[in-house]
Ligand binder design. Structure first.
Ligand SMILES: *Cc1c(COP(=O)(O)O)cnc(C)c1O
Length: 389
């Protein structure tokens, strides 16, 4: 049978056709009125998509570039920072903060879990400059409660900077950046906004701008002050990823179009869509005999499940690709072979979700030799779909 390639990975994610057309047509020089109009429009849309009154900046790099910028711009060597880590991306914060000479206090939880607020509070010291965390830890498919964590750390230290890697959180979790006092919220293009890798964006609060002026780190490409100055004139400091910016504009138009042109409402629908695909997937996979890897705080961005003891999740990843052309994600690092992950962020729908569960029934039966009856996983997902709205 024919096999269409389909991505079910939590970045890169499936591309929106309208964004692909916009990218193909983006034959624009970046120091022209045309580009300035495009950039100004997309930055304004992005601000609405993030849902903040703070500045929103765009960088031409993958998500990690914006993570690096929010360490290099906000801290100085010797500053104390707190990192909350529950997986590979939390560990990236630790490595980044150390690379820039920060003194790192670490609250870490086992993979698959989220943080205890009392433990987080106890880790905040009078001189803790910033706390770095993920909105969703993509490597374990856990969602962290940004609202509660921000309130908890602020209760101890009101001036602390709260920096959230929401690269898979944006578009899969309802955030209120301003009400929760999030100083920096980071997103990336290859996740919920349905375009290829290469753009990162971040919102920056007044408190964060003040910290930047005090930072003693050297900065050049990722100097956010320079980006803000240029953005005011509709330009970026260096040659930007012009095509991706055009694609992002088309994708944000599409998201707004889902709610009659209202982008903030469209974002809510995008989040609800991911939640619903995730709930269907969790129910289907549990019905097939897999165990949820993050049972207490599952993300809507992706679902991670463990295969039964003694079996290999790599075989599932391989077979789903070989037989059906669908690309799902293995576990990262020491979770490789133990779990597999399925994304719901961005351009996924009911059909994608049901079809993948059908394929997984066959793989569970034929490859893992689980006692599966056809329709078992699909039926559980149908129930969830039928009973939600
Ligand atoms: C994808 C992702 C990143 C960014 O990774 P890049 O490869 O640099 O784009 C960072 N944090 C999380 C939680 C992610 O899912």
């Amino acid at each position: 049978m024919f096999r269409k390639t389909r991505l079910y990975t939590p970045g890169p994610t499936p591309l929106l056709p309208a964004a692909q057309f916009a990218m193909a047509a983006a034959d624009i020089h970046h120091r022209t009125a045309e580009f300035r109009a495009l950039y100004t429009r997309v930055l304004a849309q992005l601000k609405e998509f993030v849902g903040t009154e703070n500045d929103v900046l765009m960088l031409s790099c993958s998500g990690t570039g914006a993570m690096e910028a929010s360490v290099s711009n906000l801290t100085s060597p010797g500053d104390r920072v707190l990192v909350l880590s529950g997986g590979k991306f939390g560990e990236r914060w630790v490595a980044l903060a150390k690379a820039f000479g920060c003194v790192v206090d670490l609250v870490s939880v086992p993979y698959g879990e989220t943080f205890d607020l009392e433990v987080v509070k106890a880790a905040v010291k009078p001189d803790t400059k910033a706390v770095y965390l993920q909105g969703t830890e993509t490597s374990t498919a856990v969602r962290h409660d940004v609202q509660e964590i921000a309130a908890a750390v602020r209760a101890v230290q009101p001036e602390i900077l709260v920096v959230v890697d929401a690269i898979t959180g944006l578009g899969t979790t309802h955030f209120d950046v301003d009400a929760w006092g999030v100083d920096v919220l980071i997103g990336g293009s290859q996740k919920a906004v349905m375009i290829p890798p290469g753009l990162a964006y971040l919102s920056v609060s007044d408190r964060a701008w003040a910290a930047m002026d005090a930072s003693k780190n050297p900065r050049y490409y990722f100097d956010l002050r320079k980006e803000r100055k240029n953005a005011k004139n509709g330009e970026s400091a260096y040659t930007p990823a012009v095509a991706l910016i055009a694609g992002l504009g088309a994708a944000l138009d599409y998201i707004a179009g889902q709610a009659g042109g209202n982008l903030a409402e469209g974002r809510k629908l995008l989040v609800d869509n991911a939640e619903r695909c995730a709930a269907m997937t969790r129910a289907g996979l549990v019905a097939l005999g897999f165990t949820l890897f993050a049972p207490t705080a599952p993300a809507a961005a992706a679902t991670a499940v463990a295969v039964p003891e003694g079996l290999d999740s790599s075989a599932v990843v391989k077979e789903v690709k070989a037989r059906f052309g669908a690309v799902i994600a293995n576990g990262q690092g020491e979770m490789k072979g133990k779990i597999f992950r399925i994304a719901h962020l961005g351009f996924f729908d009911y059909m994608d979700t049901i079809a993948l569960l059908g394929a997984l029934e066959l793989v569970a039966k034929d490859t893992l030799k689980l006692p599966v009856k056809f329709g078992q996983g699909v039926a559980a997902a149908q129930e969830v779909f039928a009973n939600s709205k």
